[in-house]
Design a protein around this ligand. Sequence first.
Ligand code: GCB
Length: 618
Amino acid sequence: VFSGGILYPRESPTREVKSLDGIWNFKLSKPDHFSGFHERWYHTDLAKTGGAIPMPVPSSYNDITTDSEIHDHVGLVWYDRTFFVPDRWRLANNRVWLRFGGVHYACQVWINGHSVMSHEIGHLPFQHEVTSLLAYGTKNRITVVVDNTLLLNTIPQGQVEPIDTPEGKKQQQTYTFDFFNYAGIQRPVFLYTTPAIYIEDISILTDIADDGTTGIIKYNVSIGGLPEYAGSSIKVYADLITQEGTYASRSNPSIYSSTSTVAHGVLKIKNAKLWWPYLMHPSPGYLYSIEFRVINSDSMNPVEDIYVLPVGIRSLSWSNTTFMINNKPIYMRGFGRHEDSAIRGKGVDLPLITRDYNLIKWIGANSYRTSHYPYAEEIMDFADQQGIMIIDECPAVDTNFFSDVLLTKHKESLRELIQRDKNRPSVIMWSVTNEPQSSDQKADAYFRNVTKFVRETDQTRPITAAIAQSWQTDNLAQHLDIIGFNRYIGWYSNTGQLYEIKKKIITEAQNWHRKHNKPVYMTEYGADSVGGIHTLPVHVWSERYQTELIAEYFKAFDHLRNSSFYVGEMIWNFADFETEQSVRRVSGNKKGLFTRDRQPKEAAYLVRKRYFELAAEL
Ligand code: GCB
């Protein structure tokens, strides 16, 4: 879909960024599923077709109106808006790009009636050059059609069945994963400019030299738009700048040769300030930035393009029993999360994101998993800046039916995820799946293939997954570097029997390690509690039951921490979140330490006490 990179749009002396966020026009495609295509809605203003309503971008569309038709819609929805492109963008040697942070699940995009691009697999960015499609100094129209349908060959999987309703035949979406399938243009939309010769992609690898103090940054910069005659007149400079704004290191310019469009270089910095996780160092999340400049010595205006990339210097290493950052053992204390809140659904919301990180730090966590899909880049930026370690998960949740078509798409989701997040210091592992049917024989070959692909793409981070099948029947763990398991003793099994937790969890973690000789951690455990419910004696659904259940797991973890292979504990979930309607769910999943509006439940105080104690031990 995109050739080259998918760098986040950043302003620089050579680049402008314009947001297309705001209120768009919105319309369901009904009664005929394809009416928008038949009537060519991309050739006209949606408003003129009748029945369009205002819809905010970014946001999920499901909870914005009071209409269950929109909330439960299966199939196509249409968006459009107009925008202005300044005349100065027409300048020679300018390119204009259109970039979406994420549209769920699949979409097609038009500019002024011309099809620009399509994308499948939600939660991942995509872009295309639109220079020649825009009208400069005047009004333009952008149209997007979005399809939320999940089938057996989508990531994640779902199924659609026909239903009869009083209004006629409709489709109903079903899926086995446990969160609501929010959809729409859920992340920011940008137009941005680059010069004709531009930085297309940057890949960096960081390490610490044997002296233990010198930071090493290796980089590759690929240049787009190079004319054939450019030859050796094109040079790429890289300056490392500290957080305080001083120059720390400058690499010799790497020269583009006519045989390659990639420039390589190395930056070395003595006494480097390393990127450390939260509470592992007085200033966690230290970021340098590298200013990359493309200089064309043959040109009247020698500076072609400038892009500034934030960089954290850190090393990762792992063995059969340990996981290390900067040569110190990692013990993860955190949770699984969701992109979820009232009204906006999965829409990027800066006040919410900022609040969430304040809560993550309040509770003393050092890590979380982006269960069960890649999170917005705006969310990932905070993790880099604040020293929160991320287990970066692709959208393959609850894979139940394995096929070659699915495998190809699964790998594509990982390719796009790694392409997007490869430079982030916060990302310490790739999670290739959550709770697949790994007892199925087919899972073995399938995940051998998936993990081989990830290892070929990135050798610097270990591969993990969250497994629900038992260690006896599972066919996935042998392909991982670090094994995560989800288990709900005291909730789905042994309901009410908190005394069963400690021995069962210890035994299971030991069995995973014994079978595979790999580090192990718990990716999920927890209990639902409805904020405000208190019972004596203590029963399920009360705040106290959740607290006491979590305390029993802590006893298991304290035992396991004496054995070297155990590397972390993650509670399900950071906050309450929306699911599909179900009698097993009380207005959503209530396993949050925080309510959906981000206030603490009783268990949050217990977890806070423990996480700060764990941090103090390191
Ligand atoms: C799980 C799933 C998660 C669910 C959770 C639960 O194992 O990975 O998506 O929300 O259990 O609460 O049932």
